[in-house]
Design a protein around this ligand. Structure first.
Ligand SMILES: [Fe+2]
Ligand SMILES: [Fe+2]
Length: 280
């Protein structure tokens, strides 16, 4: 799927998650080129692919250690025989980094589940959060399996420092976190994985990226559904936080901004830039 189409598709899906259906929108096809190692490596424009585990605005991850406990048992082996040592090392590094971030996403959802309970959120949101946590566990295991295959040794996460992670308890602060981690972070992750699935030459990697893209898209939708519910709790506070993120998005990912900002405008009842109708 061309990136322009991917953005439109994701924007449509996020709008549907908050009860709005766009009537028309446009987009430009984009292409990407590179050597094989680059094509099989997911682009990470932000340096924080996936849902980041933010503590005081810093993404926290565990160190990578020799570890056999985080290897997917179902993933097929990627193609490695034709790669040079340098390409294998680059791909090992790349998948290690993604594994660290996917592993940190588990913590982000574990914290989000506590926050949902603390706010008295409905079971639908708690269940979706629990499913997302399981998705991220699967992503981490796949990433560490790939990193290990390229590195020629079993690798996995060490202990994750969660100190200071539970200080965010007010509705407004939780909304800020969901905007950064979910609305922008997960949208970036979905778009990057879609682009990587398009470019990957190894069918094993293409399948991995496609699965991650589809899961991250659902996670972004969950963030928007949470905001819609949060607006029913305290509209002035939540509207103010959403409006601030539209003015100053907590992400430098251009494509994510192009997808997320119009959807946040829709939540605020503002024009998106293209016509919309309310879903019954
Ligand atoms: Fe993920
Ligand atoms: Fe995610």
């Amino acid at each position: 799927m061309a990136l322009g189409n991917a953005r439109n598709s994701l924007r449509l899906s996020l709008l549907a998650s908050i009860g709005l259906v766009p009537l028309a929108c446009g987009g430009n096809a984009e292409s990407r080129a590179g050597n094989e190692a680059e094509e099989n490596a997911r682009t990470c424009f932000t340096g924080a692919c996936g849902r980041p585990f933010l503590i005081e605005a810093q993404a926290r991850v565990a160190a990578v250690t020799p570890n056999t406990a985080w290897l997917s048992s179902t993933l097929a082996q990627p193609q490695v025989a034709h790669l040079t040592a340098a390409e294998r090392a680059a791909l090992a590094q790349h998948w290690q980094r993604l594994g660290q971030m996917e592993h940190a996403s588990i913590a982000a959802f574990a914290r989000f589940s506590l926050q949902l309970l603390a706010l008295g959120a409905p079971s639908e949101l708690v269940e979706a959060c629990t499913q997302a946590l399981a998705d991220e566990t699967g992503h981490a295991k796949v990433c560490f399996k790939l990193a290990s295959s390229y590195a020629g040794q079993a690798l996995g996460p060490g202990p994750l420092d969660i100190g200071g992670s539970l200080g965010c308890v007010s509705l407004g602060d939780i909304v800020d976190l969901v905007l950064a981690e979910g609305c922008f972070g997960e949208t970036s992750a979905a778009l990057d994985a879609l682009e990587a699935a398009d470019a990957a030459t190894d069918p094993v990697l293409r399948e991995v990226y496609a699965k991650i893209a589809s899961d991250e898209q659902r996670h972004a939708e969950l963030a928007f559904r949470f905001l819609r519910w949060a607006l029913t709790k305290d509209a002035p506070v939540v509207r103010r936080r959403i409006a601030a993120s539209v003015v100053e998005p907590p992400s430098h990912h251009q494509a994510a901004r192009e997808v997320t900002v119009p959807c946040l405008n829709a939540l605020l009842g503002r024009p998106l830039g293209f016509a919309t109708i309310a879903r019954a």
